[in-house]
Design a binder for this molecule. Structure first.
Ligand SMILES: Nc1ncnc2c1ncn2[C@@H]1O[C@H](COP(=O)(O)OP(=O)(O)OP(=O)(O)O)[C@@H](O)[C@H]1O
Ligand SMILES: [Mg+2]
Length: 216
């Protein structure tokens, strides 16, 4: 669906409501990088480090195996100054020192929510993305959806800033006794990506996209 995958050094937003698999997607992306010998930085603004490590271990993606190549950091989003300075000023230096080629912020919407008004949020996010474009890493940002627009991110910004946008959502159709999960590639700059809506599942050991199956 991504015609080969996320382009190296691009920015990807994974947007979805609660429980649609954003964190699992992000952890799987991290694990893939780690197993290819890359260094990965995972900044969690929501789930605690030990719980994320437990999720990975449960899926058979033992994070301990990778030692220092996996840099997992939980930031407390209620500590405004610390969270902002860590992400804005310290992250670029950290990326260089760890030589991280994959960086994840899960979810970026909690970071965006730290800014008190729309203008500050917009300006800071533009600046942050500009800074990140100078780094030699692929960035994955997860985001909650907007209650008024379930196809958009919480603050309606990341989908414009990112090169690739992947939307995860629930499908509840009449006659179905189960809720299904579906995925679509909404946008992918410079790529002839798929526009199909495909079912996916969060399995014991991985996220599986059924690209041959059809939902409707
Ligand atoms: N071992 C498993 N087998 C099957 N499904 C699982 C398993 N582990 C988790 N899930 C599913 O994944 C969901 C959680 O996924 P995840 O935490 O990645 O979502 P999220 O989009 O990050 O949610 P949130 O917005 O709450 O952080 C669970 O609600 C459950 O449906
Ligand atoms: Mg999550």
């Amino acid at each position: 669906m991504l015609s080969g995958g996320l382009p190296r050094e691009s920015i990807c937003a994974v947007i979805g409501t609660y429980g649609t698999g954003k964190t699992t997607f992000a952890l799987q992306f991290a694990y893939e990088g780690l197993s290819r010998g890359e260094s990965v930085i995972y900044i969690s603004l929501e789930e605690r480090e030990e719980l994320l490590r437990a999720t990975m271990a449960q899926k058979g993606w033992d994070p301990e195996r990778f030692g220092d190549r996996f840099y997992l950091l939980r930031l407390d989003p209620t500590d405004f100054n610390l969270a902002i300075s860590s992400i804005k000023s310290e992250l670029p230096a950290l990326i260089r020192s760890v030589k991280a080629s994959r960086v994840i912020i899960d979810p970026i919407s909690l970071f965006e929510g730290l800014f008190l008004d729309e203008a500050a949020r917009r300006q800071e996010m533009f600046r942050f993305i500009e800074v990140m474009r100078d780094e030699a890493c692929t960035l994955v940002l997860t985001s909650e959806t907007n209650t008024a627009n379930p196809e958009g991110s919480r603050y309606g910004l990341v989908e414009y800033l990112a090169d690739t946008v992947i939307l995860l959502r629930y499908v509840r159709s009449a006659g179905l006794t189960e809720v299904h999960l579906a995925l679509e590639v909404v946008k992918m700059r410079r790529s002839p990506h798929s526009r199909e809506i495909k079912p996916f599942e969060i399995l014991e050991d991985q996220i599986m996209v059924y690209s041959e199956a059809s939902l409707f």
